[in-house]
Ligand binder design. Structure first.
Ligand SMILES: Nc1ncnc2c1ncn2[C@@H]1O[C@H](COP(=O)(O)OP(=O)(O)OP(=O)(O)O)[C@@H](O)[C@H]1O
Length: 527
């Protein structure tokens, strides 16, 4: 997928913006030349009539310059903002299906990288186009007076507009490659400081984390200063080229004094359009890197959505396992038959693989070994698993909305009476209009847990998975809540718990240790 994909109309609009920009700069150039001619001609005390056209031209060109510049800004920004909007949409769409990027990296790809591409057009492509048009026009006009002066001007403009920016790109390219990991680290640390602020304060680790982030900022600033210093030197070199070229044009033009002055000032003005390219070149490597990252997001193949629909809802795990790169297997050799209506309890110490097992069933984790099937077909073949399996996951998200809106996600269109009944089953007694705050922060931990549980009850899926659903509640209250939830569940249930007494009446108990299922004898028979 092409990052720079622009419609034909937008290309034409961009061209129009470049022509308007060139028009504005040529008006500035003509203004300078006419003003210089006017001053020197006036010094010769000609009759006023001989100056009238030039006087009117100076005023007209001054107005034209402002008007055209405004029109160029409008045209350029219109194209770029429209293109950026659609690009951001495409990047977002490409990011949604997977969890391939972590917080800081995600923010960088979605925000800064896409913004950098905007600069590519507005600060580089468009000014370079304008500089090319203005520079060529200045050379052609100078050639009418002196071919040698035109050649010198062309050479000077090429040095300032091509050679010096290319040198800046070479220098900053190396610095950008060195800085890329530091920028990624800074983004990660910044996101951690914001999202984990409370925990860092509680652990007294805020200053330490902040100073590590500041260390990265200082490192980056040092690199920036060095690059800025080198660019400033090259910009100064560009100014010297400008002065040298103007003097050479003045000496080589064998025309009248006013005409020579006009061409010399025109040459100076042409450089004013070209010189900013040296500073702008500093961003080119960064823009290139951003374009590469955005392209990587857009071109990573998306999983092909399945088309199969669920018939009976019979899950089966056969020698299933999950390995995360560089880690011991989270789950291995798991066999589990889960026909409709069966109740399975999962026990095991922390880190044993219980949550991973639920994720395998939910389809949010893919088996790296063995098979997970539903009605005999791999889970990936199904269009939508949420209709058959859902529940209260350990890290379920509470949206920044009202209690009602959080519940309606499970069953859009549910009546308030249905919501109240689900809340009563889960022992959740807050008002439906109560705001939950960002990440559910306006609720207590226990309230969040019961809200998630109420959502699971309301969804009433054929296969209900519950990951330690009452772990944070006081035992008596938690046991009562769980008993009500289990009584309300009509289909298959998979319950992860640390307390075997929760599994009374269950058909099978799977005890995990280090990702393996213990034999029934070692685990104890179902309670
Ligand atoms: N995305 C991941 N990347 C790497 N390792 C992971 C990932 N998710 C889980 N693990 C590892 O897999 C193992 C099993 O994790 P899992 O969350 O399934 O344990 P658990 O039995 O649910 O633990 P707990 O009772 O503490 O919730 C752990 O060692 C965990 O560190």
């Amino acid at each position: 997928m092409n990052v720079w994909a622009l419609s034909r109309n937008d290309v034409l609009r961009l061209l129009r913006a470049a022509l308007l920009g060139a028009g504005a700069e040529l008006a500035a150039l003509a203004l300078m030349a006419t003003a210089a001619w006017l001053l020197l001609r006036a010094a010769e005390r000609p009759p006023l009539g001989a100056l009238t056209v030039a006087i009117v031209a100076v005023r007209t060109l001054a107005l034209l310059r402002g008007g055209l510049r405004y029109a160029e800004r409008l045209a350029g920004h219109e194209v770029v903002l429209r293109w950026l909007g659609s690009l951001r949409g495409r990047v977002y769409q490409a990011l949604v299906p997977g969890f391939r990027y972590s917080g800081g990296d995600l923010v960088t790809r979605l925000v800064s990288d896409v913004d950098a591409l905007q600069d590519a057009v507005l600060r580089w492509l468009l000014p370079a186009g304008v500089a090319a048009i203005v520079g060529s026009t200045a050379v052609v006009v100078t050639a009418t007076a002196s071919a040698a002066a035109a050649l010198v001007l062309a050479a000077g403009l090429l040095v300032a507009g091509v050679l010096l920016p290319w040198t800046v790109i070479r220098i900053t390219g190396r610095a950008t490659t060195d800085d890329a990991p530091k920028k990624a680290e800074l983004a990660e640390r910044a996101v951690e400081l914001v999202t984990g602020h409370r925990e860092l304060v509680a652990a007294g680790a805020l200053d330490d984390h902040r100073s590590r982030a500041t260390g990265v900022v200082d490192d980056l600033a040092r690199g920036e200063r060095t690059a800025a210093g080198r660019t400033a030197l090259l910009t100064a070199a560009g100014t010297l080229v400008q002065l040298g070229t103007a003097v050479a044009v003045a000496l080589l033009c064998h025309a009248s004094v006013p005409w020579t002055a006009a061409l010399t000032l025109a040459a100076m003005t042409a450089f004013e359009v070209v010189l900013p390219l040296i500073g702008a070149a500093r961003r080119v490597p960064e823009i290139r890197a951003s374009a590469g990252r955005v392209k990587a997001v857009l071109t990573t193949p998306q999983p092909v959505p399945g088309t199969r629909t669920v018939r009976t809802g019979h899950f089966r795990l056969t020698k299933s396992g999950v390995r995360h790169p560089g880690r011991a297997p989270a789950l291995r050799d798991i066999d589990l038959d889960l026909p409709p209506g069966k109740r399975v309890g999962v026990l095991g110490p922390s880190g044993a693989g219980k949550t991973t097992l639920l994720r395998l069933l939910l389809g949010t984790e893919t088996a790296t070994d063995g098979q997970v099937t539903l009605d005999g077909h791999p889970l990936g073949e199904y269009a939508d698993l949420s209709q058959i399996i859902s529940g209260a996951e350990a890290d379920a998200h509470v949206f920044h909305a009202t209690v009602r809106q959080n519940l309606l996600i499970a069953k859009p269109g549910a009546t308030d009476a249905e919501l109240a009944a689900a809340c009563a089953t889960a022992g959740f007694d807050l008002d439906l209009d109560r705001e939950t705050g960002p990440d559910g922060d306006a609720l207590s931990g226990g309230q969040r847990q019961r809200l998630v549980l109420a959502r699971a009850v309301l969804a009433a899926p054929p296969v209900l998975v519950l990951d330690e659903p009452v772990e944070g509640l006081d035992p008596a209250h938690g046991d009562a809540v769980l008993a009500r939830v289990l009584a309300a569940a009509k289909g298959t249930v998979v319950l992860v718990t640390h307390r075997p007494e929760h599994l009374a009446g269950f058909d099978e108990v799977l005890t995990l240790e280090d990702g393996r299922a213990l034999p029934a004898s070692a685990a104890g028979s179902p309670p």
